[in-house]
Ligand binder design. Structure first.
Ligand SMILES: C[S@@+](CC[C@H](N)C(=O)[O-])C[C@H]1O[C@@H](n2cnc3c(N)ncnc32)[C@H](O)[C@@H]1O
Length: 477
């Protein structure tokens, strides 16, 4: 064995009281600590009581030059305003603070900031805990007759392949699948065979470690590996979800995950529908009356409603009617499960979901107005356009809805929330936003458009941000 391999083997074989991070002794509590999408006591806001959700929003600093991180951290620590950990989003280093926007501007003039709250997603999970647990398990469950040197080499190889990033989506423990670290790598499966370790028993044991990990104490029964969604797939379906272990006899069609974020339940079938934890921040923004004013008692259209990511936040804010359009029947089924779990609007008096192309929305809203409103116009205060990589298909649809069905006299302002993946350069030089506004004006020239906010939601790929641009639309008349 080379020195490098030996050094690595001695590191991964460190005894339980060895270096922190490899011991794994405190595994359950550490894992439990990762599983929290919201602070204890965050209440469901479904009934539309929005006042108690208003809270001070802290900001995080977006630092483009890594050399500035230390200085910023020191300054924050001196004021007791630093929040661990510092993390990276593409080229940007993100430092969380206990400061509000004004405090940050005073301390770090000109530095870009964005809001965050404790119920916003934690940074990517990277931990050696899974590795430590797994190595302990392999050592205690491998065949007695495996040669010591072979065992050490194989354990080192396994340690390098075990995925360390995962999501707890009860009942599914979903692992990432990077080029280096994955349970589906040949080295991993061959390594288990060499040691005589049963993968089924190993996954069952791994799940056992997560039993107490779900904050809502939901059962964990499935280990799966996710692969990236294909860019070209409009329905954003997880075609490459591999189920490695199932502790029940249900079929894929009966597998429903549940997760509560910002006090609202969501439900989805992970073999049929994508789920992005990172959108939790945008969902929280929809719940913030300062960011999304006048939702209450007005109407909202969600042109790509999916499983209800944003739909539920609008309903929680007390909108009058929510019209959602979604092509994927599995997402619609998930949306209704989540809707039921959230326990309000049981008669579906406010929630109108159409399992069809949003191109049909102009016609559907017309029918709704005739049937349920005596032909009266709607007050469409917000239109959500939540499709990646681009929601461009929905831009003319959104403007047609305003043209045909919106009462400008009763509601003089309508806001489009345009989700897109945008390159950093186009964002920073303003060309994306300018192009968006110009294209909207080309579609409907009689109105005015003002891009009032650009929310950087998460990095989609290096140098590419998933953003939501809020565009205020006013009729010139
Ligand atoms: C990024 S996902 C939506 C995320 C969503 N907000 C949620 O809760 O899942 C985009 C969704 O748009 C749907 N979709 C794509 N094109 C559509 C169209 N023309 N009309 C209606 N839905 C569409 C896809 O099926 C997918 O579920």
């Amino acid at each position: 064995m080379t020195d490098t391999v030996l050094a690595h083997v001695s590191r991964v074989l460190a005894p339980p009281d060895g270096p922190a991070g490899l011991s794994g002794e405190n595994l359950p509590s550490r894992i439990a600590a990762y599983e929290s999408d919201e602070p204890a006591g965050a209440a469901g806001q479904w009934a539309g009581q929005e006042s108690n959700r208003t809270r001070m929003m802290h900001v995080e600093l977006l630092i483009s030059d890594a050399r500035d991180v230390k200085r910023v951290k020191n300054a924050l620590e001196a004021r007791g305003a630093f929040v661990k950990p510092v993390y990276a989003e593409g080229p940007v280093k993100v430092v969380r603070t206990q400061l509000d926007a004004a405090g940050a501007a005073a301390l770090f003039p000109g530095m870009p900031v964005r809001e965050w709250s404790a119920d916003v997603e934690r940074p990517a999970r990277r931990t050696q805990d899974i590795v430590a647990f797994s190595l302990r398990y392999f050592r205690t469950h491998m065949r007695d007759d495996v040669d010591g040197t072979v065992a050490a080499t194989v354990l080192a190889a396994l340690a390098a392949r075990i995925p360390t990033k995962y999501s707890v989506y009860p009942p599914v423990l979903l692992f990432n699948n990077s080029a280096e670290r994955s349970f589906t790598r040949g080295e991993f499966t061959r390594g288990l065979e060499t040691l005589g370790v049963s993968s089924t028993e190993y996954y069952r044991a791994l799940l056992g470690e997560f039993l107490g990990a779900s904050r809502d104490r939901l059962p964990m029964r499935v280990v799966a590996v996710n692969r990236p969604i294909e860019e070209a797939d409009t329905l954003r379906q997880p075609h490459h979800l591999d189920i490695l272990y199932r502790g029940d006899s249900g079929s894929d069609d009966e597998l429903w995950c549940e997760l509560r974020q910002n006090g609202l339940w969501q439900s989805w079938n992970p073999t049929r529908t994508m789920f992005s934890r990172g959108n939790v921040k945008e969902k929280a923004r929809v719940l913030d009356p300062r960011a999304f004013p006048d939702v209450r008692a007005n109407d909202v259209v969600d042109l790509y409603c999916g499983i209800g990511y944003f739909t539920f936040s609008y309903l929680a804010r007390g909108c009058r009617h929510l019209f959602g359009f979604e092509l994927n029947p599995w997402s619609v089924a998930g949306l209704w499960r989540g809707h039921e779990r959230n326990g309000a609007d049981p008669e579906h008096a406010r929630t109108h979901i159409y399992n069809e192309d949003n191109e049909a929305s102009v016609q559907r809203l017309g029918q709704f107005r005739q049937k349920s409103m005596g032909g009266e116009l709607l007050r469409i205060r917000h239109i959500n356009l939540g499709l990646l990589p681009s929601s461009k298909q929905g831009w003319p649809v959104a403007l047609s809805l305003l043209r045909e069905h919106h009462d400008w006299a009763a509601c003089p302002l309508a806001t489009l929330h345009v989700h897109e993946n945008v390159g950093v350069a186009e964002l920073e030089d303003g060309t994306f936003v300018q192009g968006l506004v110009e294209q909207l004006a080309e579609i409907e020239g009689a109105w005015t458009y003002a891009a009032v906010h650009v929310e950087r939601i998460k990095t989609f790929a290096p140098g590419v941000w998933h953003v939501c641009v809020d565009v205020d639309v006013r009729s010139a008349a």
